[in-house]
Design a protein around this ligand. Structure first.
Ligand SMILES: [Zn+2]
Length: 494
């Protein structure tokens, strides 16, 4: 009851619309569809002999005890502490590590379908993005994602209803920051998106979806500066944040307009693209700019200073770009298991095409721009910028919810971040962006018991982050294997 009052008070103070649910809703009792997926019911739980990677970037603590009391973390005790207090259910986790729940910041609920695709990559229009309302929330939670932003929606009512169902204990999935429908401009290739007519339409669209319960917004590739400005102003008037996957508007323009976040690292900044016209997406969609912008160059230094000065976050989405780098992404059997036959076929066609570009100009450019982006992301963090992370499960179909969130953290390590720094980017940094760092994002007394347990030691070998055993959300432990088994063969279907 106290929690309800606090949440209501916070919503009032922040000026959130009446009826909009906060990202972290008060936990509800779990219904009959959710209970079979639980392996550790809520209570007083002692995770003993466990390695704690706390999400702050600190060195891991070996052989610790983490006490969970109901929905909260009660204590983190060193190895020297006495045994679990009376009444606690002890779970011996020798050889395992505990990590804060991932805060996935580019986590769509849809899949990209290419009708009648063939081995040459040809498909028929229109490209459509079917909702993965059944499989995506389970895949996210199974892989350690306990909070996520949808970062652009094509069925915002479905995503809002999924959040309501999860919060009510009737569906299984993470806490959700539901992003409104893509704020896209004219001439969009995406048939499911509304095309804004003008700035007033942008303002009204934000207002409408905020009233429906959307808690964030995302501008898209063909939006104009005037439309973006109107959307930013309306979102900020309501104390909501807005990000963008941009093209028509450059990064410096968006920073000056007051955007909060930019998606896709430095891949989609068009400021140096040849032939770039104001308010129009360029043919290169940012690739020429990234190829020209070496880390440490005067252009890079100026851009990064501007972004840091304007407190603009950057969302790293390396998995979706890794797919274009020839011979880079591993073929993961665990991913293939959850895909529908059609999704597998489509992905393998496109994967083969990417591999066939090894040694070609296009393949070399993909490799080069990827390398530049990694350097710019490191430079941005070194300059004090807030880097957050998500997989973006779109592209050629090889980025799968949840698995992709883990892959993002592995790729941050490949980029040169230490494993604990990469984990911080995927946890506490996302919580900080959402304004929820006092409640989630790290393992500390008083925080929500949102965390997950993996076999092995990701601080030494980041790939161990894939060995998920159990994922706690609000103090309830969900069995990863059961969640994955429940969606076998379904991703791509529904
Ligand atoms: Zn996206």
């Amino acid at each position: 009851m106290k929690l309800h009052l606090l949440a209501a008070a916070a919503a009032f103070v922040l000026g959130a619309p009446i009826g909009a649910a906060p990202v972290l809703a008060p936990p509800a009792p779990l219904g009959p569809d959710v209970q079979p997926l639980v392996s550790v019911p809520a209570g007083q739980i002692a995770l003993t002999h466990v390695r704690v990677i706390d999400g702050t970037g600190a060195a891991p603590v070996e052989d610790a005890t983490v006490l969970i009391d109901g929905t909260k973390i009660a204590a983190v005790q060193p190895a020297s502490a006495a045994a679990a207090p009376a009444g606690y259910r002890a779970i011996d986790l020798s050889g395992a590590s505990v990590i804060p729940g991932l805060v996935g910041m580019h986590n769509h609920m849809f899949y990209i379908a290419r009708p009648n695709i063939d081995a040459s990559g040809h498909f028929e229009d229109p490209l459509v993005v079917p909702q993965m309302t059944f499989s995506a929330p389970r895949l996210y939670l199974a892989n350690g994602v306990t909070t996520m932003r949808t970062t652009g929606s094509v069925e915002p009512y479905a995503d809002l209803n999924v959040k309501t169902e999860i919060d009510a204990g009737r569906m299984t999935g993470p806490h959700m920051d539901v992003t409104g429908p893509y704020l896209e401009g004219a001439n969009s290739p995406f048939i499911q998106m509304h095309q804004l007519r003008d700035a007033d339409d942008a303002r009204r669209t934000v207002a409408f979806w905020a009233d429906q319960g959307a808690t964030s917004f995302k501008a898209y590739m063909n939006i104009t500066r005037a439309e973006l400005k109107a959307a930013i102003d309306e979102a900020h008037r309501r104390h909501l944040k807005i990000t963008g996957h941009l093209c028509s508007v450059t990064y410096p323009e968006a920073a000056a307009l007051g955007i909060d976040d930019l998606e896709h690292g430095f891949f989609v900044n068009t400021q140096l693209d040849p032939g770039k016209q104001p308010d129009k997406c360029s043919d290169g969609t940012g690739t020429p700019t990234l190829l020209a912008m070496k880390p440490g160059s005067p252009e890079a230094n100026a851009l990064i200073k501007l972004l840091v000065d304007h407190h603009v976050a950057i969302t790293s989405t390396l998995p979706v770009f890794e797919q274009s780098v020839p011979l880079h992404a591993p073929l993961q059997p665990r991913q293939m298991e959850v895909m529908s036959p059609q999704a597998k076929e489509s992905y393998l066609y496109l994967r083969n095409l990417a591999a066939s570009r090894a040694g070609t100009k296009r393949g070399d450019e993909a490799t080069e721009s990827y390398k530049n982006d990694l350097g710019l992301e490191r430079q941005f963090v070194a300059a004090g910028g807030l880097l957050i992370a998500g997989p973006d499960p779109t592209g050629n179909g090889g980025v799968i919810p949840g698995f992709g969130d883990q892959r993002e953290i592995e790729l941050l390590v490949e980029a040169g971040f230490s494993p604990v720094e990469a984990i911080r980017i995927g946890t506490l940094n996302g919580a900080t962006y959402l304004g929820l760092a006092d409640r989630i994002g790290s393992i500390a007394p008083g925080k929500n018991a949102d965390l997950f347990i993996v076999k092995g030691n990701p601080a030494a070998n980041i790939a161990d982050i894939e060995n998920v055993i159990v994922v706690f959300k609000d103090g309830v432990g969900y069995e990863s294997r059961k969640l994955l088994d429940s969606v076998k063969g379904r991703y791509g279907q529904y």
